[in-house]
Design a binder for this molecule. Structure first.
Ligand SMILES: [Zn+2]
Length: 248
């Protein structure tokens, strides 16, 4: 009898786990952390290998270091953090938050961009040359399809994440920490096609999608060298954002 009851309870638990929404069972929120420009690349953007001249050389190497430290810190905080390279994998991957890590080139700025509804991902000439625009050039390399879309809800959530990330980044973007360049905060929608219509926003179904330019090389190099401080600060902001959204 007892054995039969145990078996019945066990099968009920299994059935409930299958039927219940993930959050009700304390499933960890998924955060996709992308190292911008890191191979393997995204078809249509293979020529966009990023900036250079940071303390670690190529932009992709700086991005990789910050990404890997962020994944560690986020996992410690109870987040299901997943590292991403330039090619978003799998296409259409879901999650709570998608955050793409970058630094700007000389004369640029530290800033945060987010997905905005309407418009389209950027098309360039060939594998990423020239000016981005919402429709393909005759010689644009094919993009992976289907692209995901950015709903008004995704824009709202993304704007909230971008605000929290920007406030946190601003706090450490100081001369004492080696920053010398400009801090632009959250860029207004449609002020920068490269950021607001970043292809990565159209390769995921994450509820929130943001892109961080941590600073500019070489003027902010002393700051960019502090990958530990950057990763801790960005991870804490992502965690605070998840908590504000009641996902953690
Ligand atoms: Zn970049």
């Amino acid at each position: 009898m007892l054995r039969r009851m145990r078996a019945a309870i066990a099968s009920m638990v299994v059935a409930a786990a299958v039927l219940a929404p993930a959050a009700a069972w304390g499933a960890r929120p998924v955060v996709l952390v992308q190292a911008g420009h890191l191979a393997p690349g995204e078809p249509g953007y293979l020529a966009q290998t990023g900036a250079s001249g940071n303390p670690f050389g190529l932009e992709s190497e700086f991005n990789r270091r910050v990404r890997d430290l962020m994944v560690k810190r986020l996992r410690t905080a109870g987040v299901d953090a997943r590292p991403q390279a330039a090619r978003v994998t799998p296409l259409g991957v879901g999650g709570a938050t998608f955050i793409s890590i970058h630094h700007d080139s000389a004369g640029g700025a530290a800033m945060v961009g987010h997905a905005i509804t309407g418009g389209n991902e950027n098309y360039y000439r060939g594998q990423g040359f020239g000016t981005g625009r919402p429709t393909p050039y005759p010689d644009s390399a094919p993009h992976r399809t289907p692209a995901t879309t950015v709903s008004p809800a995704v824009q709202r959530t993304s704007a909230g994440t971008a605000r929290r990330v920007s406030v946190a980044l601003k706090r450490i973007f100081t001369r004492a920490n080696g920053a010398r360049g400009r801090f632009n905060g959250v860029i207004p929608p449609n002020s920068n096609r490269r950021m607001n219509h970043f292809y990565g926003f159209y390769r995921t179904t994450a509820q929130s999608r943001v892109l961080v330019e941590a600073g500019a090389a070489p003027e902010d190099n002393r700051f960019l060298r502090r990958t530990g401080l950057l990763a801790t600060t960005l991870s804490n902001a992502v965690v605070a954002d998840l908590k504000a959204r009641r996902l953690l």
